[in-house]
Design a protein around this ligand. Structure first.
Ligand SMILES: [Zn+2]
Ligand SMILES: [Zn+2]
Length: 287
């Protein structure tokens, strides 16, 4: 664990300073991971704007003001995540959680299966949490912060109201008590969560058609769907999958049509404005 690794260096420090150093390192790691993933996503979206403009999901560019706001809220969320990770470290040190570090402790089969298991549980939790925060009682107080971006950029991956940041990570806090999880599996699940969030807020659709049209792809959430959620404020509540959206009838009726249009290169060249932007995304189904 991080505390064991650091103890030769900070073991003699006063308690407050020691926890300050650990918190600072966790913050730096989570923030670096966010900037790497969101920055890569932003780079991909900029490149796609030049080489595959038909993949753009809305006929608007990300504004500087929007990106600044998304980063500011994401840093606030990072602080919340640091507090929760700190709490998990303290409780694990006290022997209260089922978090473990010996890869053989529960067998290699469980070691491999636990990441998909965590992702599926998180997916179900997120769907219902997301539907609940869209209820009038919570929307204005909590979830509106994330929806300030109607055309979200990859930097909105963590752009939540602090209370929603707690809700987002709470599932991990619960899981460490009830399921034996390897520390690396938990970190991997957190990383995949960030990567899928960046994909969902890319502003462009990049999922290959062969994957989307496969039996697995049918159940996977897509950037087009989540972008549509930001534009319409309803439908498409899923995180990794649309299992629950399809099951409960909350997938947008034109979600698949939107994906198809965004991933099909138009036969004729898209009409170009004088400032060089394609207008084809403006005709995307959105209601
Ligand atoms: Zn929402
Ligand atoms: Zn979003």
């Amino acid at each position: 664990m991080l505390t064991d690794f650091l103890s030769p260096i900070i073991g003699d420090w006063p308690v407050a300073l020691r926890w300050g150093a650990i918190g600072g390192i966790i913050f730096a790691l989570i923030a670096a991971r966010y900037f790497l993933a969101a920055g890569a996503g932003f780079g991909i979206s900029t490149l796609l704007g030049k080489i595959a403009p038909w993949r753009k999901l809305q006929n608007r560019d990300f504004s500087r003001q929007q990106i600044t706001r998304e980063i500011a809220y994401s840093m606030l969320s990072t602080l919340i995540f640091v507090a929760v990770v700190g709490l998990i470290i303290v409780m694990t040190s006290a022997g209260w959680t089922q978090l473990y570090t010996d890869p053989y402790a529960y067998g290699l089969v469980w070691l491999i299966l636990q990441v998909p298991a965590v992702l599926l549980i998180q997916d179900f939790y997120f769907y219902w949490m997301h539907r609940i925060v869209h209820q009038p009682a919570f929307y204005n107080r909590v979830h509106k912060t994330h929806h300030l971006s109607t055309n979200p950029s990859p930097f909105s991956a963590f752009a939540f109201h602090p209370f929603e940041a707690v809700l987002e990570i709470a599932i991990f806090l619960v899981l460490v008590f009830i399921i034996p999880l390897h520390a690396i599996a938990l970190i991997t699940a957190g990383l995949l969560s960030l990567v899928y969030n960046v994909y969902g807020h890319l502003g462009y659709e990049v999922m290959p058609r062969f994957l989307a049209n496969s039996p697995i792809g049918y159940w996977l959430n897509k950037s087009a769907y989540h972008n549509q959620h930001h534009r319409t404020y309803r439908y498409n509540y899923g995180l990794y999958t649309v299992i629950w959206d399809r099951l409960y009838g909350t997938l947008h009726p034109k979600a698949d049509q939107l994906y198809d249009q965004a991933t099909q290169k138009p036969e004729t060249e898209p009409v170009i404005f004088s400032h060089g932007k394609s207008i084809s995304p403006a005709t995307r189904p959105d209601s």
